[in-house]
Design a protein around this ligand. Sequence first.
Ligand code: AMP
Ligand code: MG
Length: 364
Amino acid sequence: MMGSNYAYRKTFSLKAAAALFLCVLSVTAFTACSARKAPPARTCISFDTVCTINAYDAGTDALYDACEARLNELEQVFSAHISTSDVCRINDAAGDHPVKVSVEVFTVLKTARGFAEKSGGAFDPTIGPLVSLWGIGTEHEKVPSEDEIAAARALVNWKLLSLDEEAGTAFLEKEGMALDLGGIAKGFAADEIASVLKDAGVSSALVDLGGNVYVIGSRPAESGKSASGDGTGVAERKWRVGVKNPFKPEEGAALRVDVADTSVVTSGNYERYFEKDGVRYHHIINPETGWPAESGLVSCTIIDSSSLKADVLSTAVFVLGKDKGLELLEREGVEGVCISLDGSVSVSSNMQTQIKTLSDSLRL
Ligand code: AMP
Ligand code: MG
């Protein structure tokens, strides 16, 4: 049962892969590296998205296989579509009994709960009933009635997610509640893949899980140049990570952030949405209203050495909006960039020098 369900989803995903590649990738890495491609970077489908891992010179088939195996292992416990996953088992047991979960899922749930509290509920891991109701990106996407929204909202409440550290269990206290970790799980997975690579001694690599980017070390030197052959030291050769233009996502990067050894994660209203009567309904839901968040932001990019933290914060800040969002980032000591509906770009305190505008439609 689980097998066939999963196989169907994989087939669907693979068919959609080519189309998804451009739409889902919210952060594009500019790498100056050219020649060294033996073996080439690994691209696979996991977490319902296109994942790319490039360890350049240090890349081997065995290493890429290990990364892919870890991704698939994680998908098996985090997926909301695989009936035997920890997430599905917790959802099935809502209102009835606590469920023993993997250490990985417990860690993510604890972080999710912590940031639900810190964001005043803007990030809510129990958003499942609202995500299912809107069905954005699925065949049954629709604008629900206010009654349907009210009914789903009554089932969304992170305070009713209880976690028992000693027993390693998670429990949704009300029947009908459902977890959705779509706003945080890929961040955890990116950290895990970065660990696999670092444990293997890789000192320069790029991990891109559908726009959830992790860069290890600094950019490899361009072929034909020594590590600092262009006159800059290794420390100067930062990765140049592009942030898509949220107004014209098909055109590529509008901002560039120069970073080393960190994660860059974007949430945007262009990533998954449908339009009806000229209105765009996107996939990031404000738990307070039950409607797609209208915070004045069109995208929000977070930079942090923990991709888990960057992912949860990208979603939280998108819901909170520029002012409250940047306040949260300052409190957390995390850097980020918000793009507003009017094209203005707002950054956290230490980002000013690390960011470049590449498009006239944005104002820094
Ligand atoms: P991201 O692209 O990281 O911002 O994640 C968006 C995904 O997170 C959505 O597709 C939903 O699966 C889930 N989600 C939507 N709204 C919220 C929310 N307010 N809190 C937590 N997760 C959410
Ligand atoms: Mg997120």
